[in-house]
Design a protein around this ligand. Structure first.
Ligand code: MG
Length: 165
């Protein structure tokens, strides 16, 4: 069987600050620090959206929802997912899977991985076994290693639905 498949990559880095709420993959994670951002700073959802948009050949998240637009201030990133998915559907695209790596010293991801997987899967309307979320330490190196930032990398596999070439 030949399918028209596309891979997309999304990367998002956010600075971490004490006292900020920490939302990752649409899940509120208990943490002393949280990401600083114009929206809610949900780096997992930002990277996942960018991966899907990239695979579909669409404009990136920052262009679609610029941080210079007051409407995006403190915005719930779940809305970015819904709009990203709507754009993909318009193009006849379907998200098949997402693989996500979170590099952070804090918060520790392990206790929340299952909830984050289910949350991301629900947002992109796929089953939980098609989403993976892995936490990695930066071995104390650089800004991430010092706990000053976190970085998320996401890869999306998307079916374009168009005739295979
Ligand atoms: Mg971001």
């Amino acid at each position: 069987m030949t399918q028209n498949l596309r891979i997309g990559l999304g990367v998002d880095t956010h600075r971490l600050e004490a006292g900020r709420p920490c939302r990752l993959g649409g899940v509120q994670v208990p943490s002393d620090v949280g990401p600083v951002g114009h929206s809610d700073g949900d780096a997992i959802l930002h990277a996942a959206c960018d991966a899907c948009l990239g695979a579909a050949g669409l404009d990136d998240l920052g262009s679609l929802f610029p941080d210079t637009d007051a409407a995006n201030k403190n915005r719930d990133s779940k809305e970015f997912c819904r709009q990203t998915l709507a754009l993909l559907v318009e193009q006849g695209c379907e998200v098949l899977s997402l693989d996500i790596v979170v590099e952070a010293e804090q918060p520790k991801l392990a206790p929340h991985r299952a909830a984050i997987r289910e949350s991301v899967a629900a947002l992109f309307q796929i089953s939980g076994d098609r989403v993976n979320v892995k936490g990695k330490s930066a071995e104390k190196l650089g800004a991430i290693g010092r706990g000053e930032a976190l970085r998320v990398t996401a890869v999306a596999l998307v079916s374009t639905g168009a005739a295979a070439r």
